[in-house]
Design a protein around this ligand. Structure first.
Ligand code: AMP
Ligand code: ZN
Length: 127
């Protein structure tokens, strides 16, 4: 899906948001992927051998804040996740794509992000 210029990188960033700061380059990071729509970084506290955060360039605090007009854009995370997973051989071994929505589900950074986890056996149900 083409990304409209209005939602391209740099728009809708929040001054007090960690992931907006990282996305904008105000905090150094080891980006493993970047496009107009998403960037991805290794999680600072990895829960699996591969633990990447795929983060929309546009700020939404939680999944519940994503309006219908942005569903296609946010949904295009699937393509990013598949690409990163394949690059790491996780298409063979399996992987998990997780969003924690709200503090009760373990969300600690209130700019939505998708955890891409793999490289070990992943149990179900999650904790
Ligand atoms: P969540 O708890 O779902 O909101 O996930 C937030 C994730 O961000 C956690 O897994 C943290 O380890 C990770 N995290 C926090 N600060 C950083 C950072 N500066 N760089 C990379 N990952 C981070
Ligand atoms: Zn943000």
């Amino acid at each position: 899906m083409a990304v409209a210029p209005a939602v391209a990188a740099g728009k809708n960033r929040m001054d007090d948001c960690l992931f907006c700061k990282i996305g904008g380059g105000n905090i150094p990071s080891d980006k493993v992927y970047e496009s107009e729509t998403f960037f991805a970084i290794n999680d600072i506290n990895p829960q699996a051998p591969t633990h990447i955060l795929i983060i929309p360039q546009i700020h939404h605090a939680t999944l519940l804040d994503v309006e219908e007009k942005d569903h296609a854009l946010i949904g295009s995370v699937i393509g990013v996740a598949n690409q990163l997973a394949k690059e790491r051989g996780l298409d063979e071994s399996g992987f998990r794509l997780v969003v924690n929505c709200g503090a009760g589900a373990g969300q600690s950074v209130f700019h939505i992000h998708f955890h891409l986890l793999g490289g070990r056996a992943l149990n179900w149900p999650p904790g």
